[in-house]
Design a binder for this molecule. Structure first.
Ligand SMILES: *[C@@H]1O[C@H](CO)[C@@H](O)[C@H](O)[C@H]1NC(C)=O
Ligand SMILES: *[C@@H]1O[C@H](CO)[C@@H](O)[C@H](O)[C@H]1NC(C)=O
Ligand SMILES: *[C@@H]1O[C@H](CO)[C@@H](O)[C@H](O)[C@H]1NC(C)=O
Ligand SMILES: *[C@@H]1O[C@H](CO)[C@@H](O)[C@H](O)[C@H]1NC(C)=O
Ligand SMILES: *[C@@H]1O[C@H](CO)[C@@H](O)[C@H](O)[C@H]1NC(C)=O
Ligand SMILES: *[C@@H]1O[C@H](CO)[C@@H](O)[C@H](O)[C@H]1NC(C)=O
Length: 518
């Protein structure tokens, strides 16, 4: 009895105390004033960042689309200026008690500016790091190998030559030749740079109070258990390219979409117009005129460039571009939809504060509608009237090759790098560890023996270009969740209704689904 009265009194006193603490904090005039000042500070930062980021992205573009020493020097210079500004902001925001601000959006902006990664490095180290990555990108993008059948012809580039050979050749010896020569032309040249890149990135991470760069990459997930979360069950190990050779119903007509595109005289421009038409049909924004003017949609012949497809926001609310060395293939048309999806996001959040203008994750949601037989029939890539279930199965098989087979690869890219950054994997077993993971998760073996003289991870763009990869892995899961939600909105999918299966849902021309994206 006494005990419980005592408990009640204690609880009451405690509640009163909490009440005072909470109200005292919420009404603290100092914090309120500080918050108002912080709000104005963020507005001014935003203008400044927009201006500088515009300059920086223009110079990133100039280099990526024209790999000259002059463009690189300019790019490193402006990158260092922006890093300086980031550092200045970083020091200033440490003066604010921003964790106590009441405005959520304001707190988020402070939070975003509170980790600046490599920008924290002293200027000489920062420039060194930029140069290392740019050099590796340049080696990757300009690598040339000799033709298997004509050893004096030594001008084969990844895009389009090697990509085409890997997609179409049936000659095992030629495939092996391309596989080996591509790696020989990059790996050994990049290994030393990669070692230095890892060391410098980690230095930057430590300045941000992270143990290593792998931890910096994981910060944005805001989940301490992210590594465990993504450690799922993996299976499958094949690719889109082998579809024609392995389709469940190879004799069914209407299964070779690339052939149909060529027959219909598709061009790079027509591919992007097709993509734009999709977005417009669901009431999303059409591409601004500058998009068509400034983008690089076909490979220019007069210079070296980074062909890896990418979408660009120039932070000035009007300049948005895609750079893609587009070939007329079904896969590239799917990529075009993906890249334009980025531009749609840029357009949607162009008026947001700068820190909120980066993609939440790389999505591929639209390409799921695009790739259905329903849609391919609508745009005339499937021409038969006959709704043959074998066509649907062939198509689903193709989606599986692209999406399911990707998962183990999407995962191991960063699994390898987390251990590289943390020091668990050292330079003398870079390649060995890489192949351990390739075998464990993808069930793949190299076609010839490899050693530490080779550096095969460098044969993949995102490794040498310092681009994290876990985002793709996660996007390959959540895009299906987004797709399902949009299809429910569109009234085209109902669980347990065999007349409305998810794999036949195509949100094309459905403005309910499109408006839900805004
Ligand atoms: C590539 O950059 C160089 C500067 O290094 C410039 O002179 C040249 O005009 C550029 N080429 C194109 C096609 O823009
Ligand atoms: C960055 O700031 C430092 C110190 O304030 C200054 O010496 C340096 O010139 C600045 N660098 C650039 C590229 O603006
Ligand atoms: C081999 O390539 C060289 C250089 O491109 C070319 O001049 C030659 O005609 C090619 N030979 C054959 C047999 O195609
Ligand atoms: C990193 O931690 C040290 C020591 O705890 C602290 O003095 C410093 O302000 C922290 N730096 C950042 C950027 O959080
Ligand atoms: C494609 O181009 C060829 C040659 O110019 C022409 O004969 C054919 O009609 C075109 N096909 C389509 C579908 O436009
Ligand atoms: C298209 O979107 C705009 C706003 O972005 C909205 O006002 C309009 O009603 C939408 N149209 C349709 C057909 O849903």
């Amino acid at each position: 009895m006494e005990n419980s009265i005592g408990t009640v009194i204690m609880a009451t006193l405690f509640a009163i105390l909490i009440y005072f603490l909470v109200t005292a904090q919420a009404k603290d005039p100092n914090i309120e004033e500080e918050e108002l000042q912080a709000y104005n500070y963020m507005l001014s930062i935003n203008d400044k960042m927009e201006k500088y980021l515009n300059k920086k992205v223009l110079s990133d573009w100039a280099y990526a689309s024209n790999l000259t020493q002059e463009n690189l020097n300019k790019n490193i210079k402006i990158s260092a200026e922006v890093a300086n500004i980031q550092k200045e902001i970083w020091h200033q925001i440490a003066q604010y008690n921003w964790q106590q601000f009441s405005d959520y959006s304001l707190r988020r902006q402070f939070w975003a500016y509170s980790t600046i990664g490599e920008n924290a490095l002293p200027e000489p180290q920062f420039k060194m790091l930029k140069k290392l990555v740019s050099d590796m990108e340049s080696i990757y993008s300009t690598a040339k190998i000799c033709d298997y059948k004509n050893s004096t012809k030594c001008d084969l580039l990844l895009e389009p030559d090697l990509t085409n050979i890997l997609a179409t050749s049936n000659d095992e010896k030629e495939l092996r030749h391309v596989w080996i020569e591509w790696r020989n032309s990059i790996g050994p040249k990049c290994k030393d740079s990669y070692k230095s890149y890892v060391a410098l990135s980690n230095e930057g991470a430590k300045l941000n109070n992270f143990s290593d760069q792998g931890e910096v990459w994981l910060k944005d997930y805001e989940d301490d258990t992210i590594k465990e979360q993504v450690h799922g069950n993996m299976w499958g190990q094949t690719w889109d390219n082998i579809a024609e050779k392995t389709l469940p119903y190879p004799d069914v007509e209407d299964s070779d979409y690339t052939a149909e595109m060529i027959k219909q005289n598709y061009t790079a421009i027509k591919i992007f117009q097709t993509a734009e038409n999709f977005f417009k049909s669901i009431n999303l924004t059409e591409m601004p005129r500058t998009f068509w003017k400034n983008s690089i949609l076909e490979k220019p012949a007069d210079r070296n460039l980074i062909c890896h497809a990418s979408a660009w926001d120039f932070y000035d609310q009007k300049d948005f571009r895609i750079k893609q060395c587009t070939e007329v293939t079904y896969e590239q048309m799917s990529t075009a939809h993906h890249e334009m999806g980025h531009i749609e996001y840029f357009l949607q959040y162009k008026d947001q504060p700068v820190p909120f203008r980066t993609g939440a994750n790389d999505g591929d949601c639209i390409s799921l509608s695009f790739g259905t037989t329903t849609h391919l029939r609508k745009i005339g890539l499937i021409t038969s009237d006959n709704p043959d279930p074998k066509i649907v199965l062939n198509n689903l098989y193709r989606v599986g090759l692209g999406k399911i087979a990707f998962l183990p690869f999407g995962y191991l890219m960063d699994l390898w790098r987390w251990d590289v950054f943390s020091g668990k994997t050292t330079p003398d077993n870079y390649n060995c560890k890489w192949w351990e993971l390739r075998e464990k998760y993808q069930g793949l073996e190299p076609p010839v023996d490899r050693s530490e003289e080779d550096f095969d991870p460098a044969a993949k763009y995102h490794i040498i270009a310092d681009v994290p990869y876990l985002r793709y892995f996660i996007s390959f899961v959540i895009q299906f969740q987004f797709h399902r939600a949009l299809c429910e909105k569109a009234g085209q999918y109902e669980p347990n209704n065999p007349k409305k299966p998810l794999h036949e849902c195509d949100i094309y021309e459905n403005t309910d689904a499109g408006n839900a994206l805004k």
